[in-house]
Write a protein that binds this ligand. Sequence first.
Ligand code: NIG
Ligand code: FE
Length: 418
Amino acid sequence: MLIEADLIIKNINQLITCRGGVKVREGLNDIGVLEGIDLACGDGKILYVGKNAFSEIPVKRDAVIINGENKIVMPGFVDAHTHLIYAGDRLADWKRRMSGFSYQEIGRKGSGIMSTVYLTREASEELLIDYAAKWLNIMIENGTTTVEIKSGYGLDFKNEIKILRVAKQLKEEGVLDVAITFLGAHAIPEEYKNDREAYIKLIIEEMLPYVKRENLAEFCDVFCDEGYFSIEESKRILKKAKGYGFKLKIHADELAYTGGAELAAELGAISAEHLIYISQEGINRLAEERTAAVLLPATSFFLKSQKPPVKKMKENGVILALGTDFNPGTAFCPSMLITIGLACYYYDMSIEEAINAATINSAYSIGLIDKLGSIEVGKQADILIFDVPDYSYLAYQFALCKPWKVIKKGKEIKTFRG
Ligand code: NIG
Ligand code: FE
């Protein structure tokens, strides 16, 4: 049966489509801008992109009609990397960092990830959902329509499962698309400090099979870095996860070079993330295996750390994606618009590169490229409308250029559960 349009955006000044699949090398500069165009949606999907929608396709009598003059329209942002579910804050850590201590020093002194773990273990599922909902609302306000969520602040069987159940509940509410990642290997918890092997066994033998059986996560990630999980440990965990059918992600080369990017490529991971200290070999291997590099500029900014070799990655054909890394310890920033701004000002990306990285390429990095990330007929109608005449305003008007409307599956949303 022919679907009738229930939403039409007329005469759009700039429609940024990001069409044509994943973007690499020079293609990363192509955001597929169309001018003076109509966009029609029906049944939550994109039905038509072209001139004169009213004469070209059937339109419902009560369809929503929006005037797109002087506006830009683009795909919703896909935040490819967050640690959304946690309790408390890390203000004490932040103060120490501002007085000169490094993230690693603070972690070694027993604060860092572990302090968030203690508070998260205490929190009920309801409380965690309330906290997450608050941040999701800020994400939506800033144009995020799809979000990846990692566990990793439980670090024992009961609490990792609790966090994944919270993520699953958020996913099932269907307000946003959610990709769930099991990150039981986020740190060795304090209780296992003198017996790392026992914690790794707990992950491999108990957590992974349970998470799989209960279908609580699609991806498995490991914090493979100096002071966290070694290359050998990460490889063991990820190989097991792959055997269970998880798709793989790796926190790689964030604090020091460890070869995490090479490992991601070797194991056929869908993404490697952070990559501040990635090697040339790591770059080559990610490009060869089409493992996406998820860049997290808010983290470098927040930690005042080095920047990854973004230009080199692009020139070598790596698929670049963007995420906020939203978490209380290293990136207390839920906004993809700030992330795009930082990608431009701090990581020296062009606005076009940042837009592709925050939409179509980040959709690739969480396995959703066939469904969303661009404005093309048949894709889900996840759309942002900005009341500005040119897409460069997204970075030009840093952090303040918020969407006028956020449309998810063809319907305007303002808040989570709103
Ligand atoms: O992505 N790198 C590991 N995880 C987070 C930090 C988590 C925390 O410090 O609480 C990150 O930077
Ligand atoms: Fe992270």
